[in-house]
Design a protein around this ligand. Structure first.
Ligand SMILES: NC(=O)c1ccc[n+]([C@@H]2O[C@H](COP(=O)([O-])OP(=O)(O)OC[C@H]3O[C@@H](n4cnc5c(N)ncnc54)[C@H](OP(=O)(O)O)[C@@H]3O)[C@@H](O)[C@H]2O)c1
Length: 266
């Protein structure tokens, strides 16, 4: 059965490759980008590669939470259901370290934006068939500093990336418990995959970008992952595994969610 699938950050990297694979299967794939021209080009490219005309797009710069909210309103106006949401957009290095509200860019793009988008889209996911949310975590996970999350202190690229990825993972486990009708699976797609993010940050890679795209594809459509709600898939190991210990600590998760709600003001 064809699914309605949204993949954020799908104008490049593993998100784009996963979108191509899913489009080739005939699913209705909604990609997302922050640049209208690049978004249009990638939609045309995916249509041509997949011979699937059901490819559309949404636009928002995820460093701007107002834009994320506007995009979620667009989605709600256009779609009546979502089967699969892949929260893939992410940033590691950036020339700009903070957004206009003074929040660290990694926390905003990698955690607060997918949090806000997903909260807004829960009713559409509840209307989906076997709905599933795939959240892009990482092997890099570090305890979240509330001062860094709220923009009160500045930390390094590596630290804010790892903290934002643990924040996403902690929220994923919470969501899995509280949204009974929706499966939520956080995933490390594999370390140092050959994408722009990794080439810019490290100047080298360990594995192909296809390794990451393939696991996103499988997590989105494979029956193998049914019933894995609230489990963490580690593609470095090729199986379900344990995330950072903070992701299982309800007290720390509640503290994170309190701060998150204050920032997002929902
Ligand atoms: N590659 C790895 O080894 C690895 C390992 C662990 C986890 N991950 C995670 O996997 C996900 C995909 O990463 P990737 O390696 O494929 O990186 P990538 O090639 O750099 O792609 C990142 C995607 O996110 C989008 N994006 C970045 N900042 C954005 C913003 N402010 N607003 C909207 N979209 C934005 C990019 O849009 P543009 O096309 O406009 O640049 C791009 O489509 C990320 O969440 C990353 O943290 C990757």
């Amino acid at each position: 059965m064809n699914k309605t699938i949204i993949i954020t950050g799908s104008t490049d990297g593993i998100g784009k490759l996963a979108a191509i694979k899913l489009a080739k299967d005939g699913h209705h794939v909604y990609i997302h980008g922050r640049n209208q021209e690049k978004l249009g080009k990638v939609i045309a490219e995916i249509k041509s590669l997949s011979s699937n005309e059901n490819i559309d797009g949404f636009i928002a710069d995820f460093s701007n939470l107002e834009a994320v909210k506007t995009m979620s309103d667009d989605i709600k106006n256009k779609l009546s259901k979502i089967d699969i949401l892949i929260n893939n957009a992410g940033v590691f290095q950036s020339a700009i370290l903070k957004n206009k509200e003074g929040l660290d860019l990694r926390f905003v793009v990698n955690y607060l934006a997918p949090y806000l988008l997903t909260q807004q889209l829960i009713p559409l996911l509840e209307a989906g068939t076997n709905p599933r949310i795939i959240n892009l975590s990482s092997a890099a996970q570090a305890s979240v500093s509330m001062d860094a999350l709220t923009g009160r202190t500045e930390i390094s690229n590596q630290a804010s990336y790892a903290q934002s990825k643990l924040a996403l993972t902690m929220w994923s486990f919470h969501l899995a418990k509280t949204q009974a009708a929706i499966e939520v699976i956080p995933v490390n797609p594999g370390s140092l995959l050959n994408t722009r993010m990794v080439r810019e940050a490290y100047g080298k890679f360990w594995s192909s970008a296809d390794k990451g795209a393939n696991i996103l594809y499988d997590l989105a459509v494979s029956e193998q992952h049914k019933g894995k709600n609230g489990e963490y898939f580690d593609n470095d190991q090729g199986n379900y595994s344990k995330a950072h210990s903070d992701a299982y600590n309800t007290t720390i998760i509640n503290e994170l969610l309190e701060s998150t709600k204050e920032i997002i003001n929902l």
